[in-house]
Design a protein around this ligand. Structure first.
Ligand SMILES: [Zn+2]
Ligand SMILES: [Zn+2]
Length: 255
């Protein structure tokens, strides 16, 4: 049962004590690839080092996280662009809008999001969208930008059926993680109504651990709990969920 974790921050300090063991545990669960979204200049180097150490398994994206859009965002975006001039990446991200923590840089978040959409188009790679408290706003931005050739994923999707359908109509994917296993998330009812063609799995490790580890540090091996829950929701064997979501991830990220 090969799985791809399409979104994990395994270069973050939460894993400093046991990173190699954690990656080995993921290997034991047949997680064949771990795709790493970038955050900002404070973590790019750590991410790229990890990619070098585990080539083919831990694969980097490049971008600027909306929570890191502050007064330095223009310089941060320059760094992202420079990296893209030096080498290729599987995706731009993570980018998007986060209106949960702080609204004071909302305007700049929109600008950084737009620049990264343009970058994804220039380099013909998918875009990984973070849409906390901003799904409708992110859908609007992508709608304005979708001229047929933009592709990507709304990572950590936890919206309504209406929002899910809009995202799929835009030719984008839904990144499904631990939230699916939370009681009362309602995400099970949404996914029951969708086919699997636009679904990819993710952990968002170290955040959002699925049940039975909710509230604890998340790690890539736990993606199997998300796959198992999705199998229950779709009334399909978990092997079929793995096959389908892995092939979706391969198609989207070209890995
Ligand atoms: Zn995110
Ligand atoms: Zn993330």
């Amino acid at each position: 049962m090969s799985l791809i974790d399409t979104h994990c921050h395994i270069y973050s300090t939460e894993f400093d004590a046991d990173r190699s063991a954690m990656i080995a545990r993921a290997g034991d669960e047949d997680i064949i690839k771990m795709l790493m979204p970038a955050i900002d200049v404070s973590t790019h180097v750590h991410m790229l080092h990890l990619e070098q150490e585990f080539t083919e398994t831990c694969i980097s994206m490049m971008g600027l996280h909306p929570c890191s859009v502050k007064e330095t965002y223009v310089a941060e975006l320059k760094v992202v662009e420079q990296y893209f001039q030096e080498r290729s990446f599987i995706a731009v991200g993570e980018t998007g809008l986060d209106f949960y923590w702080d609204l004071s840089y909302a305007k700049e978040q929109y600008k950084a999001f737009q620049r990264q959409i343009d970058l994804a188009r220039e380099h013909d790679v998918p875009i990984v969208i973070h849409s906390r408290n901003s799904i409708d706003e992110c859908i609007d931005v992508i709608t304005q930008n979708q001229k047929g050739n933009l592709k990507g994923v709304f990572h950590c999707f936890s919206g309504s059926i209406g929002q899910a359908k809009k995202i799929i109509d835009l030719n984008f994917y839904l990144g499904i993680g631990g939230v699916l296993t939370f009681k009362k998330s309602g995400l099970d009812l949404v996914l029951a109504q969708l086919d699997l063609n636009n679904i990819v799995l993710e952990t968002d490790a170290p955040y959002l651990a699925p049940v039975p580890f909710r509230g604890k540090r998340n790690e890539c091996a736990y993606i199997k709990y998300v796959a198992q829950k999705l199998a229950l929701v779709k009334e399909l064997p978990v092997d079929e969920i793995a096959l389908k979501t892995t092939s979706n991830a391969r198609r989207l990220f070209n890995v």
